[in-house]
Design a protein around this ligand. Structure first.
Ligand code: MRU
Length: 354
């Protein structure tokens, strides 16, 4: 079993501190939106869908804490809170989706209840916003299950599969996206072996994904990122599955740095490259991958490994945390609504309208 990632109860959110995994299962508590944004920025929690769910809960914490006494105050609070949450990280669109959804809920409530709120109206507001946050989380959990089933059905028997970064339970409120596909296929007896790339520099694959796969009893091996081509060529890998942080309307997909390279390798070896992601990951406002903002993280995450310097002092460093895989390299997108293949603008639209 994977420990709960977020526990939201009575004005407190407990967050599984993923920075300490796999050595320690430990939680931090936050009580407001600023605490949620800080925990997100500092990677106590990470993974696109989970960041979105945390933002929804963070928004609810803020409304509960400040109990705005009028529609005007609610409106100001809601706009400020959504903006604060959205500033935490730039690439995963689930964060923007969740914050905007909560903002919309609050604004509709303010418009329907103009003027000063009675105690009863305030209680209704708090309950409404709490419920909406729980709904965002429940929808993510359900989406993971659906993607697991759709994705598992695509895989052959005795499948040898590779994944990158952590798109597992730790990145969601459910069984995960890409790793959910692997664990669902494993439950169906289809997985011979799963390879997890370590995912330099933040090591989500080494610290989180392989830990999840081991806990779920999936036969699995950890490799460093530069082993991927060799392992695909020599170890019978017959599919790659990854998650996504943002999918443009044409299917270009931003995911953890290194994903694009894996897609190129998969194409060279003529094996399918799948992306599993819930529909809130699709950003219709992004025409293609060029419209996706790529987070640049600190040099220290590249030059230090577990607190130890591995590069010369003063070295110049680049650290894009994500890359964009062109739609043409993706065999299929797996959403909770089904499988999109070939990955085209029209097919994405069709899937979204289901
Ligand atoms: O920087 P992270 O750890 O938040 O990046 C996570 C990823 O890139 C995942 O692969 C992606 O969010 C998909 S998660 C279901």
């Amino acid at each position: 079993m994977i420990p709960p990632r977020l526990i939201f109860k009575k004005g407190v959110m407990k967050i599984l501190d993923q920075r300490l995994l796999p050595d320690k299962v430990s939680f931090i508590s936050v009580r407001d939106a600023a605490g949620t944004a800080k925990a997100t920025k500092e990677m106590a929690l990470r993974g696109a869908p989970l960041i979105g769910c945390a933002a929804a809960f963070g928004f609810a914490l803020e409304v509960r804490r400040l109990r705005p006494r009028s529609s005007a105050r609610l409106e100001r609070l809601a706009r400020r809170t959504a903006a604060l949450l959205k500033a935490a990280r730039p690439t995963a669109v689930a964060l923007f989706y969740a914050a905007d959804r909560m903002l919309h809920k609050a604004l509709v409530f303010a418009a329907a209840n103009p003027g000063v709120f009675s105690a009863g109206t305030l209680d209704r507001l708090v309950a409404l916003i709490d419920n909406e946050a729980r709904l965002v989380s429940a929808e993510d959990e359900a989406a993971c299950l659906a993607m697991g089933n759709f994705g598992a059905a695509l895989l052959p028997a005795n499948c040898v599969i590779m994944t990158h970064c952590n798109a597992g339970a730790l990145a969601t409120m459910g069984i995960g996206t890409a790793v959910g596909v692997i664990t669902a296929a494993h439950k169906g007896g289809k997985i011979k072996r799963a390879y997890s790339c370590e995912t330099r520099p933040y090591l989500q694959g080494a610290r989180l994904t392989i830990w999840e796969l081991m806990r779920e009893g999936v036969p699995s091996e950890l490799i460093t990122d530069n082993m991927a081509a060799h392992i695909i060529k020599t170890c019978g890998v017959n599919a790659v599955v990854v998650g996504a942080d943002r999918i443009a309307s044409n299917g270009d997909t931003a995911n953890k740095i290194g994903t694009y390279g894996l897609a190129v390798i998969a194409r060279h070896h003529k094996i399918p490259f799948y992306v599993a992601a819930p529909t809130p990951t699709i950003d219709l406002k992004a025409r293609d991958g060029g419209d996706i903002v790529i987070e640049e993280r600190s040099a220290g995450e590249v030059t230090f490994v577990q607190g130890r310097r591995i590069a010369p002092v003063g070295v110049k460093v680049r650290h894009p945390a994500f890359d964009v895989t062109p739609a043409g390299l993706i065999t299929a997108l797996i959403t909770e609504k089904g499988v999109i293949s070939p990955v085209t603008r029209a097919n994405i639209k069709k899937n979204l309208s289901k």
